[in-house]
Design a protein around this ligand. Structure first.
Ligand code: ZN
Length: 156
């Protein structure tokens, strides 16, 4: 098990747009494994490669319904609006309310580089949007209502 260092808000690597993965190499598999270990070690519900300083379009998510590995994820459809409180492992010690789509369809590839389509609502939909934002260099604090910012444990 390898736990990677999660970089935080001021680190410019969090603002880079990520590069698509062309194939699943042993290095990519190792990165996904290490990201998963890192997410669980931090009690997170999601982690994007940018958060460990890698500009690759990869994220892992587990909102308590099992691990989802996302390679090259894109939101292909979305709708509705819902507000949830969010935290981020890269913005430690804070929470704030963020309005996002209440449902999303995400197209991605799995660890065998097969195309998968994920239809999500609720917490999973929110987490997917949070992680895909990371892959585009966006942090939840860019979208959060600053009046709702409060101190607490972070999860993503
Ligand atoms: Zn985050």
């Amino acid at each position: 098990m390898a736990v990677l260092k999660v970089i935080t808000k001021e680190d410019p690597r969090l603002r880079r747009k990520t590069v698509e993965v062309k194939e699943v190499t042993p290095e990519i598999r190792r990165l996904v494994k290490d990201m998963t270990d890192t997410m669980y070690a931090a009690n997170g519900v999601g982690l994007a490669a940018t958060q460990v300083g890698e500009s690759k379009r990869i994220a892992v998510v587990d909102v308590g319904e099992g691990l989802i590995v996302l390679i090259n994820p894109e939101i292909t459809a979305s709708g509705g609006t819902v507000v949830y409180e969010e935290g981020c492992l890269s913005v430690p010690g804070y929470f704030a309310e963020v309005e996002r789509s209440s449902w999303v369809t995400v197209r991605a590839r799995d660890l065998k580089f097969r195309q998968v389509v994920i239809e999500a609502t609720g917490m999973l939909a929110h987490a997917l949007q949070h992680e895909i934002d990371h892959l585009d260099g966006t942090l939840y604090v860019d979208k959060a209502d600053p009046l709702t910012l409060k101190k607490g444990d972070s999860k993503r």
